[in-house]
Design a protein around this ligand. Structure first.
Ligand code: GLA
Length: 411
């Protein structure tokens, strides 16, 4: 008997652990900061450490921001010829990556890094193709908690059976992370090209749904083979994918451009809309230079609570009414968020009679029967209670501005 047990144990130990992602992570959309939108590849140890310090000083950590993520540009142009390990750029990160990760951890925060499923990153640095297990072990040793994994240079060279197969490529990296043994949020970044919402749930914790964000309201900037998109092209790009987003597996509308040159009204609309969409909230500005209105906006806990609602259901466009886009998000405990965006170029008056518009959300399997239910209203940007849904809502809203309410029943 004893002998049999020894044999069974020996067999069990030789079978690799079941392929899976780390569960229990990103149960609400990840919040943090990513270097790319402001710094591009021009990133360094000082910026990352100062950013981590400011997470505490500016109240970002207190508001829920957690991950400090270094995007592309952190490596030397070649792997170490002996060990084949990735080498941190000696000028930008003279003390290596572990020092930076330790510093971030010492502030009670989490640390993230970037690489790519191709032979090179989008910035031309060494990619992970063929080195997945090698790199994952390295990240685990450094103390990485979050990996953004891109999709450049995944074309014809390489000769692997997962060539150009995004689901298979990302599954290999998922397995590598799991084998490395350190829980990491796995951020799939293939821009929505291979319908990641159809296969991503068992592989990563979020997936980008679009090409890169640009800080404009409604533009598309073409760079030949790829484009950058403004807020509304990203919001409107995908139809019917909200059902794929949820706790542990989110549609990612890209890093925020809040504080990167938008006028105040558009800053507000951008931030509130990302919350209505239950998107990850990764700040993309230089928080060392953030002005006070932007800081107050991105640390508004009442608005953030819409994003972080534990039901985890992405909001939807309810209707467009007389120049206003109306968005609704079902919340936990039978509550709702309603946002009204003035899509026009002029200040406009909103006159909205709640009970005129029957509301049902098939995904949440919930409806509002206005004749039977009266909700109290909380204006989340103004931090004010403001009546209830039995009264008509009357507001002037500036061009491109937004107002957002939590609807809740008397406790
Ligand atoms: C791609 C990604 C961006 C950023 C850059 C880095 O374009 O979509 O978010 O990571 O690569 O080169």
């Amino acid at each position: 008997m004893k002998q049999l047990l020894t044999i069974v144990t020996a067999i069990a130990l030789t079978i690799p652990a079941m392929a899976q992602k780390f569960e229990g992570l990103a149960l609400t959309p990840p919040m943090g900061w990513n270097s790319w939108n402001t710094f591009g590849c021009d990133i360094n140890e000082t910026v990352v450490k100062e950013t981590a310090d400011l997470f505490i000083k500016l109240g970002l950590k207190d508001a829920g921001y957690e991950y400090v993520v270094i995007d592309d540009g952190w490596m030397e142009m070649e792997r170490d010829p002996e060990t084949l390990l990735l080498v941190p750029n000696k000028q930008k990160f003279p003390n290596g990556i572990k020092t930076v990760a330790d510093y971030v951890h010492s502030k009670g925060l989490k640390f993230g890094i970037y690489n790519c499923a191709g032979t090179k990153t989008c910035g031309g640095y060494p990619g992970t193709r063929g080195y997945e297990f090698h790199d994952a072990r390295q990240y685990a040793q450094w103390g990485v908690d979050f990996l953004k994994y891109d999709w450049c240079n995944t074309g014809s060279n390489g000769g692997y059976d997962y060539q150009q197969n995004a689901a298979a490529s990302y599954a290999i990296m998922r397995d590598a992370i799991y084998q490395a043994g350190r829980p990491m949020v796995f951020n799939i970044c293939e821009w929505g090209d291979n319908d990641p919402w159809l296969w991503g749930e068992n592989i990563g914790h979020s997936w980008r749904i679009s090409g890169d964000i640009a800080h404009c309201w409604d533009c598309e900037m073409s760079f030949g083979t790829w484009s950058k998109f403004g807020l509304w092209p990203i919001i409107n790009m995908r139809k019917d994918i909200r059902k794929y987003s949820g706790p542990g597996h989110w549609n990612d509308f890209d890093m925020l451009e809040v504080g990167n040159g938008f006028p105040p009204a558009e800053n507000r609309t951008h931030f509130v809309m990302w919350c209505m969409l239950a998107s990850p909230l990764m700040l993309g500005n230089d928080i060392r230079k953030m002005d006070e209105p932007t800081r107050l906006l991105v640390t508004n806990k009442e608005v953030i609570a819409i994003d972080q609602d534990k039901l985890g259901i992405q909001g939807f466009r309810f209707m467009n009414l007389d120049g206003f886009d109306i968005w609704v998000k079902p919340l936990d405990k039978g509550e709702w968020a309603f946002a009204f965006v003035n899509m026009t170029e002029q200040k406009r008056h909103l006159s909205y009679n709640w009970s005129d518009f029957y509301l049902k959300d098939g995904l949440a399997d919930r409806e509002i029967q206005w004749n039977k239910q009266k909700f109290l209203l909380r204006d989340l940007l103004a931090h004010k209670d403001c009546g209830d849904t039995s009264q008509k809502l009357e507001r002037d809203i500036e061009a491109h501005d937004i107002i957002v309410f939590r609807l809740y029943e008397k406790k």
